[in-house]
Write a protein that binds this ligand. Sequence first.
Ligand code: ZN
Ligand code: ZN
Length: 219
Amino acid sequence: MFFNFFLFSLIGFNALSNVAVTFFHDNLKLIGIDNLAFFHIESFGRWSQLLILFLVRDFVQYLIHRLLHRVPMLWQFHKVHHSVKEMGFAAHLRYHWMETIVYRTLEYLPLALIGFGIEDFLLVHLFTIAIGHFNHSNISVPLGIFKYIFNNPQMHIWHHSKSIPAQYGVNFGITLSVWDYLFKSDYIPYNGRDIELGFEEDELFPKDFISQEIYPLKF
Ligand SMILES: [Zn+2]
Ligand SMILES: [Zn+2]
């Protein structure tokens, strides 16, 4: 939590992203693109803006999460998150810092095209962090019909299952589960509270913080 949320996200990445965003816009100006926005999002009401931002971002995140499982090099980084052997809200905090770089970079591009700024981004980000903790918590909260819209602990635990039916994984949704149902990547065969979590040969995966940070860089 200290490293990913405090040191890296708040201090490091905010400074970095402001520099990157300015650089990105300056370069587009150089090739003659002055205003990236395809339509004027500011003509929408505040809540509609945030809702659109949330929906687009969550869909892009679903695709990025699939990439993390699909691309061998990215999977090495994502293994840190999948090395949790037990669910609990803190499992959401265990991931390699490179994931922040991959997610924020790939998310920002389509959102800048729609015309969103970095401030709106932070608001939605804080909301999704809270939902992320919920999805990783070791509790059962049946959502009824809403399970087809929102991700939940009963669904996400199968994403962490050591044995999965599909080669590259299932249940990739971040905050919403609807993308998994739409693209047929959903999988909840039964209540999975006692299934084994992890991945093939996770017993060989390093156990301490420093070694886990270094592990993917060796590939
Ligand atoms: Zn994953
Ligand atoms: Zn997870």
